[in-house]
Design a protein around this ligand. Sequence first.
Ligand code: USQ
Length: 382
Amino acid sequence: MKILILGGDGYLGWPTAMDLSARGHEVTVADNYLRRKMCLEENVAPLYPVPPLPERVKLWQKLSGYTIRHEVGDLREWEFISSVMASSQPECIVHYAEQPSAPYSMLNRRAAMLTLQNNLTVTANVIFAVREFCPQTHIVKLGTMGEYGTPNIDIEEGWLEIEHKGRRDRFLYPRAAGSLYHTTKIQDTDLIWFYVRTWKLRVTDLMQGPVYGVFTPENRQEHRLLPFLNYDELFGTVLNRFVVQAAAGYPLTVYGEGGQTRGYLNLLDTLQCVRLAIDTPPSAGELRVMNQFTQTFSVRELAEQVANAASALDLKVEIRSVPNPRMESESHYYHPAHAAFDALGLRPHLLTDEVLMEMLVLARNHQDDIDASRFMGKNARW
Ligand code: USQ
């Protein structure tokens, strides 16, 4: 299949590109290096350097014999996205091209505007480009479990049947985001749902939880093909941060009480879910929503599991509760459904001590490169 990956330089985009390429798909990636630019501006480099796309594509070619095409440019620009669509003629588009950080979106007005403009404009351009160049193409869009927030009722997969005054109808599940970033994902969903109804697009919206890990079969032998591993307060997700903190001998920074519960998944399962979504496209005029995570944990449970795995490597780990920089419930009901991917045959890679130890060893090998001042102190408070 011809597959176009938007945001193909990112934490998820590059591993997805290799994964699909290794299975014989004709993959094109497009990216404007936004993640790299934001990290440079905020002085929050990842744990190890990640080569730019032309180099990664060459390394992958040498390792696998497969070619990934790459286009560097800004998908907010119509000329760029239309030229990418015309040249790649995708049968499927995986849309990751968004500012992905909740804390970054809450930093200041500039970061907020960048998040709003980037995320909504790119999503709108994808919709218009599909309509113009390939209306049958399946869009696999990365959303987030954070669109639902933490309601005091069970979370369904995208939709909720409501009975009101004796009549029934089906609506998008009520959404209540906890950051501007998460709000833009809700706005994306609304935009997409409008055009699915209006233009009969076919879209899968993936409500994904926080992802951990960096290893995939494609990068184990060649570490220059690893994705970004950020451990800073802005771009590092919680479990990746805890692993690097443990390797650095820095206390694991549990925000507040640590009862915040989310649905987590291994990077390998992001790849698996995206493959399953691609292989089972929805019909024209259908917005299919699937919750994408494999296990739920509270932040404190994650910290304890990291501490436990670290002790097997003789790393002494302290778990420390720090004042929560975020506006979020620290103790709440959380019961989200995730049956759709199970029904498609997902075989989860669960969080084990072995998985954590492999990450801990990687982080320990880069111990001298860890800048502990990046763990906290970026002033992303709300
Ligand atoms: N947390 C800590 N200590 C830390 C960092 C985070 O206790 O040092 C807590 C946060 O307060 C939060 C939870 O861990 O309750 C998860 O935080 P996170 O930074 O791993 O994830 P989040 O900001 O929610 O965003 C990440 C990705 C985002 C994705 C989202 C899925 O950056 O792109 O959409 O996970 S979800 O969380 O389900 O909305």
